[in-house]
Design a protein. Sequence first.
Length: 224
Amino acid sequence: MSLCLLTFILVTFGLLSSFVSSFDPSPYQDFCIATSDSKAAVFVNGKFCKDPKLATADDFFLAGLNVSGNPLPGLRSFVKLADINSLPGLNTLGISLVRADFAPYGLIPPHTHPRGTEIIVVLEGTLYVGFLAPDTMNPFKTQSFTKILSKGDVFVFPQGLIHFQYNVGHTNATVLGALNSQNAGLIVVASELFGSNPPLLDDVLSKAFQLDKKMVKQLQGLFS
Ligand SMILES: *[C@@H]1O[C@H](CO)[C@@H](O)[C@H](O)[C@H]1NC(C)=O
Ligand SMILES: *[C@@H]1O[C@H](CO)[C@@H](O)[C@H](O)[C@H]1NC(C)=O
């Protein structure tokens, strides 16, 4: 490799790495265990931090990801999080885990995580997964990126993009996901738009989705 090319690569990498940043702030100390007890709190970076002198191994520990989590109503899927709300030692570390389980034809519906990219590995089963991305030249055009995954397969959903996971197998499926945020956020597209409280003006939804207002009312009834 010529010296010139090598220099070019090094400079390009240097520039790229200087632009890389995550949404969660970088930690300013080794750890910062979230606490709701303001008397034991010493400083803030994300949530209040527990006095480090009072830290124990249990602050960094969570049991229970060996079993499936809470059902998403009507969708035959189950989700369990190891995030800032269940594992206080994650505070400021910019990372979290999710376990998702699916009965046959169970679905995690189209949703986004506004603050985190998600990478999943299939532990069991067969899933149809994917995400949507607007065309960079024309935001009204959308490209879909989908894939059928089986055990051991890995897929990544870029931060903020709408994605879904659907069990297309005849058996249960289990997925483990990691997110580069302690609290990546969750926006479920259909229930956010049709289930809001108070409901959006039906004109807005009718025009946005090119549906007649009777259908809009029906969907609002289903999601509210
Ligand atoms: C899951 O792990 C907990 C310990 O963290 C244990 O008590 C429980 O029996 C386990 N459940 C199953 C179904 O393995
Ligand atoms: C699928 O999951 C359900 C709910 O956890 C469980 O009751 C059932 O036994 C599982 N089926 C198989 C074949 O593992």
